[in-house]
Design a protein around this ligand. Structure first.
Ligand SMILES: C[S@@+](CC[C@H](N)C(=O)[O-])C[C@H]1O[C@@H](n2cnc3c(N)ncnc32)[C@H](O)[C@@H]1O
Ligand code: SF4
Length: 371
């Protein structure tokens, strides 16, 4: 099983982002960076009592910007997972990081504390694209942070990229890909820009100030990225994720895609244990109040029946290169997507099917037609 720790703070909010994260102004005095590690540790204590006998194979600190907290806080959170629940000797321990918030000393501290994987939010190497995305980091900072992470001894390094931003030409995207690959990452996540409702980007698009991403441009850029990554020795294993080899695949995310068990610590975090899913209260101050009262900070929960579990397995599994067992799928619907050239039977796959390249461009639609 895995543990996800959500760190709901960012120094500024990027215009496209609708994650459950808060800047100092948005917090308005509720919730606190300073006390956050202790609150997370309190929820880890609750988890430990319910997870007796389970060993944690993956830990993922995400956000928000986990690296806004002092390295010592991240170290304490990880140590508490090990002490209170129990961490496998070869556990994958990742933190997401915003390039702005990294230094060599900080990365050394994280590595010494047991973090062995880092996922850096690069997004783009092109200044005018970063500006539209409202990213504050200097693109030069990314290779520097990568150099520091390697020197600190991080075995696994991943970069997050976004494509399809207004004003990003195909050449800009190629430039970003080259810059990313020059960092020799073990793993890359490349996401098409999503205009999420309620974001500043959504308002700008609505007012005609910024162009919405264009489907054909997104498809072209996906194929260009896939080709560049494959040439550099990174193979796709999930629609938006490429890795150097099996060991470099993100074991924590695979656990989500396989509908395995995980506990999500932090405001708004979701958990899944043996077919029961629950989610925490969303705001950092409500989260803090719950824990201070000695309560588990749950906002709601549901039990997934067999049909829901089967549906989720299809929606998540079809995104993976390893694909799905065809016997889980409706025969006629499968025949249709195979006819349409979106899904193929895997050679030697003993009845398993997976997306074709064209299918990867239409992954969500394929998942819907299979349900
Ligand atoms: C929690 S953030 C990563 C860590 C850190 N906060 C940062 O941004 O550098 C996770 C990733 O989600 C992606 N992301 C967030 N909002 C997105 C959107 N609207 N469209 C596409 N990708 C998005 C970005 O690539 C981002 O790096
Ligand atoms: S993309 Fe990352 S840094 Fe930007 S607001 Fe979202 S979580 Fe924060």
């Amino acid at each position: 099983m895995g543990i996800y720790v959500h760190v709901p703070f960012c120094s500024v909010r990027c215009g496209y982002c609708d994650f459950n994260t808060y800047t100092a102004t948005e917090l308005g005095g509720g919730g606190s960076l300073v006390r956050y590690a202790d609150q997370a540790i309190a929820e880890i204590g609750i988890a430990a009592r319910q997870l007796q006998g389970r060993q944690v194979e993956t830990v993922f600190l995400g956000g928000g910007t986990p690296t806004l907290l002092p390295a010592d806080d991240l170290a304490r959170i990880l140590a508490s997972i090990d002490e209170q629940i129990g961490l496998a000797a070869d556990a994958e321990v990742t933190t997401e990081a915003n390039p702005d918030s990294l230094s060599a000393a900080y990365l050394n501290q994280l590595r010494d504390a047991g973090f062995n994987r880092i996922s850096i939010g690069m997004q783009s190497a092109v200044p005018h694209v970063l500006r539209i995305l409202e990213r504050t980091h200097d693109p030069e900072k990314v290779p520097l942070a990568v150099q520091w992470a390697r020197a600190a001894g991080f075995e696994q390094l991943s970069l997050d990229l976004i494509y399809g931003t207004a004003g990003e030409s195909v050449d800009d995207w190629r430039f970003t890909l080259e810059a990313a690959l020059a960092c020799e990452p073990d793993h890359v996540s490349a996401y098409s820009l999503i205009v999420e409702q309620g974001t500043r980007l959504a308002r700008q698009v609505k007012q005609g100030l910024v162009a919405a991403p264009d489907d054909d441009d997104l498809a072209d850029k996906y194929l260009i990225a896939d080709q560049a990554f494959e040439q550099a020795g990174l193979s796709w294993y999930e629609i938006s994720n490429w890795a150097r080899d099996r060991d470099s695949q993100c074991q924590h995310n695979l656990l989500y895609w396989h509908s395995d068990d995980w506990w999500g610590v932090g405001p708004g975090a979701h958990s899944h244990l043996a077919g029961v899913r629950w989610w925490n209260v969303k705001h950092p101050s409500t989260f803090a109040q719950s824990l201070e009262a000695g309560e588990q900070p749950i906002a709601g929960q549901e039990t997934l029946d067999r049909d829901m579990q089967a549906m989720e397995a299809v929606m998540l599994g079809i995104r993976l290169r390893e694909g799905l067992d065809a016997s889980r799928l409706d025969r006629d619907k499968l025949a249709q997507v195979i006819d349409d050239g979106l899904v193929q039977r895997l050679p030697g796959g003993q009845g398993w099917v997976a997306l074709t390249e064209r299918g990867r461009l239409l992954g969500d639609a394929v998942a819907r037609s299979l349900l």
